[in-house]
Design a binder for this molecule. Structure first.
Ligand code: 9MR
Length: 342
């Protein structure tokens, strides 16, 4: 199956993504009745064409990685904020909403925390970190991914990590939400995860976790569904997932959408079919998201705008998962997304 997708993508080298038909569209944010976001890296803002595209197309910014512990926490435990401050300043200058991503992530456990042991010093450092980061953007960040990717890959329970080992499985999450609330009384606080569209079992565990957090007194205010999906996602799966996630009544952030061609499992044969599948998936996402009750539509965020900047390129340089091509021209995928909103 991997070979089939590789062959399909090979065929498309003849026609590069940049040559794919560009479509003429008004700015995406002007078409949607909800905030439209993208992620950015601070250095990308030096690219004038990219900065102009971002300012024109979206109304919300997420830092792609520079608000995570991997950037903020230094080896000696001190914190650095230069890159996130730059992204926040760009958002302010251009009148864009700012979204915080992410406070507690199983995948990141800096040495500065690990060496603290499990005594009260660890709990204090955990609280101080959340207070420092959330407090710094208090009044500017509309929301935060407080806990990221807590559900196990196969949907069987929750992941073990440094935070759960030192502070407790549910307790470390409850505490993170409480500390974030102490630092910013107004930000909407999210639980965020992936593969909720294609794995109903993982989605069910995610919803149970959300309920457990609420019961434990966590000020959970919204659910984030990343939506890193592939062009062969079955029709109807995204719609069913969003409906299910919305059943708790909390605001929904479609928080990191991209639609991979390379990850499609060979069900679609050639690039033309893969691109049509991608457009169909983007259209379904737009339609399903705009069908949610207005008060539950927190934001619709693409994980990047131009194909060339996608993290998925590291996995397969031929992938073109985003709504704009390398030159910043809207692709058929963006056209389909926009048409589904009209
Ligand atoms: O796209 C992000 C990539 O540039 C970073 O190197 C990586 C680690 O920080 O994180 C990627 O973004 C991830 C996001 O933060 C959480 N959900 C999955 C995203 C793609 O891996």
């Amino acid at each position: 199956m991997v070979l089939a997708s590789a062959l399909a993508l090979g065929a498309c080298d003849r026609k590069s993504a940049a040559q794919a038909a560009a479509v003429d569209l008004p700015p995406l944010k002007s078409l949607a009745g909800f905030p439209v976001g993208t992620c950015v890296q601070a250095a990308q803002l030096d690219d004038a064409a990219f900065a102009a595209l971002v300012a024109a197309q979206v109304s919300q910014l997420t830092a792609e990685w520079e608000m995570k512990m991997e950037y903020i926490v230094q080896d000696d435990g001190s914190l650095r904020f230069d890159a996130p401050d730059r992204i926040a300043a760009f958002a302010r200058t251009h009148g864009l909403r700012f979204f915080g991503h992410t406070l507690v992530w199983y995948a990141q456990s800096p040495a500065a925390f690990a060496r603290l042991g499990s005594g009260p010093g660890f709990a204090a450092a955990y609280r101080d970190y959340i207070h420092a980061v959330v407090g710094r953007y208090r009044g500017q960040a509309a929301g935060w991914d407080v806990v990221n990717e807590a559900v196990a890959e196969d949907g069987e329970g929750w992941r073990e990590c440094l935070w759960s080992q030192r502070l407790g499985r549910l307790e470390h999450m409850t505490l993170a939400f409480q500390h974030a609330r102490e630092a910013d009384p107004d930000a909407v606080l999210f639980l965020n995860d992936y593969n909720l569209e294609n794995l109903p079992k993982k989605r069910a565990t995610f919803l149970k976790l959300a309920e457990a957090l609420l019961k434990a007194g966590a000020p959970l205010g919204g659910l984030g569904t990343q939506t890193h999906v592939a062009a062969d996602l079955k029709a109807g799966e995204l719609t069913a997932a969003l409906k299910d996630l919305a059943s708790l009544g909390l605001p929904i952030h479609l928080s990191e959408m991209d639609v991979s061609l390379s990850r499609a499992k060979g069900l679609l044969r050639d690039r033309r079919e893969l691109e049509a599948g991608q457009a169909r998936v983007y259209a379904e996402a737009a339609e399903a998201f705009s069908s949610l009750p207005a008060r539950q539509r927190f934001a619709f965020t693409f994980w990047g705008l131009r194909d060339g900047e996608s993290w998925l390129k590291r996995e397969d340089a031929r992938d073109t998962p985003l709504p704009f091509d390398d030159a910043g021209q809207a692709k058929a995928a963006a056209g389909a997304w926009a048409a589904a909103l009209r």
